[in-house]
Design a protein around this ligand. Structure first.
Ligand code: MF3
Ligand code: CO
Length: 277
């Protein structure tokens, strides 16, 4: 965790290209969100995302990454991340996490959403809502943080506060973490979603990171299926994954995979986004 590797710092112009990649990912996820319903296969969702990315003139980043065979990851119910699209037919009440990445002119964007299909179990809706809120709290922390460890503190604070307020006690997956991103999808530094003793590297202008909490309704331990990709909870509990790619700029932060740069959600948390234009 928090290795000492060199962190790639971007110029404002490079961040602007990353925003183009981020907006392609946002559009692709919006298309999938609009299409997803019971009766479709997870492969159908992959086709929707692939068409959105290609029609924008961008390149999917997951396809071929370490031989990954699809454009997106679709992780259903007890699947946490890296579910491979295929013949699985989506059922009413499924909780579906969709993760997507794209490349524009060599620069990457990476984002994930969770959708709960009707007839939704309210406990699954709560799981997704708390995971999304935890993601935004982690993003907001970047605006004021001295060190990257503040992200995990903020995520864990949201999970603890939800529990203390009478909500569910959720597990925070520790086997997978957020990451630096830019000229490649996965770059140093690691960004844990939980409190750590190490405070991590300094938060500096030019850093771009993917903030991606994965929360579960049971124990946080995971295992990988025989396909060598799909990550499931050990105890079979359901999972949610939300992710955004975020830039730290001289004057503040900008969420590169959100159409409004995160302005609306961050304003609720008292954070103003930095103008990128
Ligand atoms: N988007 C995932 C992440 O956030 C990576 C997907 S792995 C791939 O790190 F192989 F599917 F590309
Ligand atoms: Co990621």
């Amino acid at each position: 965790m928090f290795g000492r590797e060199r962190i790639e710092l971007k110029t404002p112009d490079q961040v602007r290209v990353m925003r183009r990649a981020g907006l392609v990912v946002a559009d692709a996820l919006a298309a999938v969100r609009g299409a997803v319903r019971p009766g479709l296969t997870t492969r159908d969702l992959d086709v929707v995302a692939a068409e959105a990315i290609r029609s924008a003139g961008a390149t999917p980043s997951f396809l071929g990454y370490m031989d990954y065979p699809a454009t997106i990851c679709v992780s259903v119910n007890d699947e946490v991340v890296h579910g491979i699209p295929g013949d699985r037919v989506l059922q009413p009440g499924d909780i579906v996490s969709i993760d997507c990445g794209a490349i524009v002119d060599g620069w990457h964007g990476d984002s994930a959403i969770t959708v709960v299909l009707p007839e939704a179990d309210p406990a699954d809706v709560a799981l997704s809502d708390i995971t999304e809120r935890a993601m935004w709290a982690g993003i907001a922390a970047l605006a004021t943080a001295d060190r990257l460890g503040a992200v995990g503190d903020a995520v864990e604070d949201v999970v603890e506060a939800a529990h203390a307020a009478g909500g569910p006690g959720l597990g925070i997956v520790q086997d997978y973490v957020g990451h630096g991103i830019g000229s490649a999808m996965h770059l140093p530094p690691d960004v844990p979603n939980y409190r750590t003793r190490e405070r991590g590297p300094k938060v500096r202008p030019g850093m771009c990171v993917a903030i991606e909490p994965m929360l579960v309704r049971g124990d946080q331990r995971t295992r990988v299926l025989a396909d060598d990709w799909t990550v499931v909870t050990e105890d079979g509990s359901r999972a949610s994954h939300w992710e955004h790619t975020v830039a730290i700029l001289e004057d503040g932060i900008w969420v590169l995979t959100a159409p409004d740069g995160g302005a609306e959600r961050l304003a609720e948390l008292g954070v103003a986004v930095a103008p990128l234009d």
